[in-house]
Ligand binder design. Sequence first.
Ligand code: UGA
Length: 457
Amino acid sequence: SGSPRPRLTFIGVGPLGGTYAACYAELGYEVLGYDVDSGRIEKFSAGEMPFYERGLDDLVRKNVDNGRLRFTTDPQEVADFGDVHFLCVGTPPRKDSDSADLAYIESAVTTLAPLLTRRCLLVGKSTVPVGTAAWVQQLIDKHSSPDVEVEVAWSPEFLQEANAVDDVLRPNRIVLAAQSEWADELLQAAHKGVFELAAMEDREVPLVKTDFATAELVKVASNAFLSTKISFINAMAELCEASGGDVNALARAMGYDSRIGHRFLRAGIGFGGGCLPKDLRALAARGKELGVGESMRFLAEVEDINLNRRTKVVRLAAELCGRENGPNGPELSGLNITVLGATFKPDTDDVRDSPALDIARRMSNEGATVTVYDPMGMDNARMFRPELRYGHTLTEAVEGADLVCVLTEWEEFRHVDPEALSDLVAKPRILDGRNALDPQLWRNAGWTYRGLGRAAD
Ligand code: UGA
């Protein structure tokens, strides 16, 4: 074909596969994206975005235009095109347990396998329970023609939403698990563009070659570690509240020890999103299945601490509004509460397992009239929680509020002028669930300010 590079397919073009497909086209590969969701494929094919990811729209448009990036719903086209197939489908929790549901993986593999007509590599990228790669190889062997050699390899991804384009183009490490010399070489050829870009920018990308089980574990272990770090600092926040300490200063001081580091030590209402919470539960469940449940027990604590933050914020809201926290929990009826932030973190429109939206729901359940505003997540929030009220703008949302809660640390919220806002609200009380605001600024403007893990007035 004259092309020095393997042709790549990405099976499943959601936030993970869609980002990979566009970025690898940008790196010079010929790429075909596949999905069973024809709506997604139509949008991408037209150079449009079926979901938001910062900076991705430009890459999609550019590479669809130059012809390196194409999309299809036809699995035969995928089979005919690809030298390397990347498996990027979702692994949501099962309906009946915390374990990951491998139905999308199974259906992608059993659809593709019988259509394959030449030697190729199937590379797992999805987040899976340890042991899945070996099972995928068995599925392939069972469902593909005995005349074609199809090898499975594994290479987990570590994308952070809102930073996903950069995370693909400039990863902080690449983990590869291949079962043969041939697969290893092809896998490296499929990642060559990343190493070339790094060399051009005078960076190194650390490469870890390992076995299937380790490659699968790197992903879930990393996410569990990040969750643990967040819950650790949130537990310290409780300690600060009980003792008069300041968790922001504590985290800052701790982080200067380079063995600890500053990142993922922001205390607040805890972690959410489509990955950390589900991966944490799935890892605990898998550990139990493998007979090491005892050693995974702390993961349940990590989750408990995380969920307790939400309960805590609702109680704090009642306290700030002078309400009793009775035996049946906090009482918020008759109160107008504004929740600023609906997404699970800033710079995304994603509300999956969003602590902000969950707290809004809990407050509404306790009787408050909750009005939500988010710079980007309104459509998704409305779809997911139609029972809540929504303001078109920040000012509209805070009108008449007895309490304003900042639950996602959007840049817009940091620049709000407390003086101007106090004219709109019924009572100048602010609960800063992400410790994102300057307490002094708000207090000077006459507000009752409460952060988490920080002393009260
Ligand atoms: C996370 C991981 O960070 C990625 O490395 C991983 O690849 C990805 O999951 C995945 O498995 O696909 P993401 O879900 O995009 O990425 O979000 P994060 O930036 O990790 O934030 C997760 C949650 O933790 C957010 O709700 C955020 O507000 C919260 N968080 C984060 C804190 O409460 N404190 C912190 O210090 C950091």
